[in-house]
Write a protein that binds this ligand. Structure first.
Ligand SMILES: Nc1ncnc2c1ncn2[C@@H]1O[C@H](COP(=O)(O)OP(=O)(O)OP(=O)(O)O)[C@@H](O)[C@H]1O
Ligand SMILES: [Mg+2]
Length: 363
């Protein structure tokens, strides 16, 4: 019996993607096959650049096994990264270039949103993604400090658009580049809206797989404006382990749900401290609150990040831990976080039927 494409597709329906934990046909990772006699070439589309090599090899192995079982003498798998994203509906299409916008948020100030946003952006970039970072904390921009002096400062393009600064390979925009701190704290609602509109619509972001948005604390104008202006793939919620931070993050989650921004998951920052001299493990802000909350609300728990002087120092010195010490244990936590966040985004996108930009306009 000869091998045909429909037979291959049918057989691959039972192959589970090791990262997405879903079948590769329904989740559009299978992108077709060519049959030449008994030789088969299978095309796969890996939905995120942050897809580990080990998982890729495992996926290819599963595909080859399945197709060989159909009687193929030789199976070649060609896998290329095609970042999954949901095209914006026409009423929210001001942002050109970035495919997935990921918000980093918390109910409370000072819990490490900006630290997580910066290191998450750098970790995604480390995995090969094209990444932008929007400092949407217009009241207290900290991204310029955390990233240090840019390799290329922001500029105006020939057609009067804003060209983002480049820091450690990231495209970065912050109100901190344009006004001083005193001015930044007095933005009112409509001004915040206009400013964000500019940062999204008038910035020449170029093609990006992910645009990470560092949000101010709480549930105010910035969160609301962003949700009105652009589709957001989801929010990463940051909390410290203690009750007061958890209560605030619950409020933040409720607000995002109201404006239909999916919660991608929860990160617990400042989970514990290990003394570098004696190895003593101290749970300064209690421990485990983030995980408990995730379980209670059925969200994914992305893991714990301990208190580490190098994380703090990296932020102050403009060289975040992911670039300062990419092989360190804490950089690895951010690299793993990036994989988990990117996987979750891809899963969310691919679990829904494909929406073409034209269909979105008709709708
Ligand atoms: N895991 C960590 N270990 C050590 N220091 C940390 C850690 N996370 C954050 N910090 C430090 O804590 C301070 C606050 O962090 P950060 O600015 O990221 O918080 P934030 O939630 O963005 O604050 P804000 O609400 O003011 O925007 C910074 O000095 C940062 O370097
Ligand atoms: Mg911040």
């Amino acid at each position: 019996m000869s091998i045909t494409e429909p037979k291959i597709k049918d057989a691959l329906q039972s192959v589970i993607d090791p990262m997405l934990d879903a079948d590769i046909v329904t989740y559009r990772i299978y992108a077709g096959a060519e049959v030449l006699g008994s030789e088969v070439l299978v095309k796969l589309e890996i939905p995120t650049p942050a897809y580990p090599q080990t998982a890729r090899r495992e996926l290819e192995k599963r595909v080859v096994e399945k197709v060989k079982a159909l009687g193929a003498s030789k199976v070649t798998v060609v896998a290329k990264v095609v970042t999954a994203y949901q095209p914006a509906p026409s009423d929210k299409a001001i942002l050109k270039g970035p495919k997935n916008v990921i918000a980093v948020a918390a109910g409370k100030g000072g819990v490490g949103k900006s630290t997580v946003a910066v290191n998450l952006a750098l970790a995604l970039s480390h995995h090969g993604a094209k990444v932008g970072l929007l400092d949407a904390d217009v009241f207290g921009p900290s991204i310029p400090t955390m990233l240090g002096a840019p390799q290329v400062p922001p500029q105006a393009s020939a057609d009067s658009r804003i060209v983002p600064a480049i820091h450690h390979g990231l495209q970065v925009i912050s109100v901190g580049f344009f006004v001083d701190k005193q001015e930044a704290v007095v933005w009112r609602g409509p001004m915040v809206h206009r400013l964000l509109q500019q940062f999204l619509g008038d910035v020449d972001w170029g093609e990006l797989d992910y645009l990470i948005c560092d949000l101010p604390p709480g549930t105010g104008d910035v969160q609301l404006s962003l949700s009105q202006l652009i589709p957001i793939a989801g929010a990463v919620m940051v909390t410290t382990p203690q009750e007061i931070s958890i209560i605030d993050v619950v409020k933040g989650i409720a607000m995002f749900e109201k404006v239909e921004i999916p919660i991608l998951g929860i990160v617990e920052n400042m989970s514990y401290y290990v003394c570098p001299s004696c190895g003593h493990h101290d749970e300064i802000f209690s421990h485990g609150g983030g995980k408990r909350l995730a379980q209670e609300i059925g969200a994914q728990f992305f893991g714990e990040i301990p208190i580490d002087t190098r994380i703090r120092f990296g932020g102050d010195a403009g060289v975040p831990v992911v670039v300062a010490a990419p092989d360190s244990e804490n950089a690895k936590r951010f690299l793993d976080l990036a994989v988990a966040v990117a996987t979750k985004v891809a899963r969310n996108v691919l679990s829904k039927p494909k929406r073409s930009p034209r269909l979105a306009v008709i709708k």
